[in-house]
Design a protein around this ligand. Structure first.
Ligand code: SAM
Length: 282
């Protein structure tokens, strides 16, 4: 009996798929740019990634506590809105900033200023770089979006706000090496590649630590476009210094030797976070 039903199910599944394909073709004919949904999808980037890095599944995972003698910062501030980093991403950055060997911080991508604002509680010398308002307006981005840049970070007068496009910004002109650098600007392959190469060439000393945002879409879903850009940019000799801090969307470069565990997308949780939420007016 079962066997007679199976082909019918199979047939209706096929019909549904063909119908989906036809409606997809209709959408593409109506709006050709929607083809980008496929070409820019994580599945396509994963394929490309695996062609070049067949030996890499992911970066090895580390615990945030291992980045600062077991001291973890447990208080961060966030708007919890679009473009906000995860609370654990901010915790990672603040924990790194609280290291005794971190005295200077440079960041690409200010947005509302949440990352640099949290960092500045621990590091005096903080610089953040973002496209200028004029450039964002010229790119056709909404004025309301442009106006929100730095709304939190400008509350701290110690933070140096620079404007510029990393495509042509003169990093060498800063004449400085930084202890901690956060790359969180444009997340396309070409821009992560270019930003990373420039940072590695101009801003690093031997013990600098680099953090990339959006190495993953979530704590458990790797973003292959960004992952490939990082590996391509830092060069093979530096792959051994790259890690994925657990529960974050970030990748970290450090020459410190750290205990690691392999990444397993389907791993059952082994810890739970206790979070007290307080809100205040802004
Ligand atoms: C994801 S947001 C940064 C978020 C911020 N780091 C945080 O965690 O609070 C990215 C920012 O990078 C800026 N950006 C994008 N492309 C850029 C470029 N080429 N040069 C400089 N800034 C850029 C955008 O204006 C945007 O504000």
């Amino acid at each position: 009996m079962l066997n007679t039903y199976l082909p019918i199910n199979h047939y209706s599944e096929m019909t549904a798929k063909i119908q989906k394909l036809f409606s997809f073709i209709k959408v593409i004919l109506k709006q050709p740019s929607s083809i980008n949904l496929i070409t820019d999808s994580n599945i396509v980037f994963e394929e490309r990634f695996k062609q070049k890095y067949s030996n890499f599944i992911s970066l090895p995972q580390i615990e945030i506590k291992d980045l600062n003698d077991q001291i973890i910062i447990d208080r961060v501030e966030s708007f919890l809105l679009d473009g906000s980093s995860l609370i654990t991403d901010l915790q990672l950055l603040a924990t790194l900033a609280n290291r005794s060997d971190v005295k200077s911080y440079f960041e690409i991508g200010t947005w509302r200023g949440e990352s640099v604002y949290n960092l500045a509680q621990f590091v005096q010398d903080c610089t953040t770089l973002n496209l200028s308002g004029e450039e964002m307006n010229a790119m056709g981005w909404p004025e309301k979006y442009a106006l929100q840049h730095g709304i939190l970070s400008t509350k701290n007068p110690n933070i140096l706000h620079l404007t510029g496009n990393t495509k042509n910004f003169d990093f060498r002109g800063l004449k400085k090496k930084y202890d901690l650098i956060f790359i969180d600007g444009d997340h396309t392959y070409d821009m992560v590649l270019s930003d990373t190469k420039k940072v590695f060439k101009e801003l690093l000393h031997d013990n600098s630590i680099v953090v990339w945002h959006d190495y993953a879409y979530s704590a458990q879903k790797i973003r292959y476009e960004v992952f490939k850009a990082i590996l391509d940019a830092v060069g093979e000799e530096n792959h051994q210094h790259l890690y994925h801090p657990k529960n974050t969307m970030c990748a970290v470069y450090t020459k410190n030797r750290l205990p690691t565990t392999p990444f397993d997308e389907m791993q059952s949780p082994t810890k739970i976070f206790e979070i007290n939420i307080k809100q205040k007016g802004f």
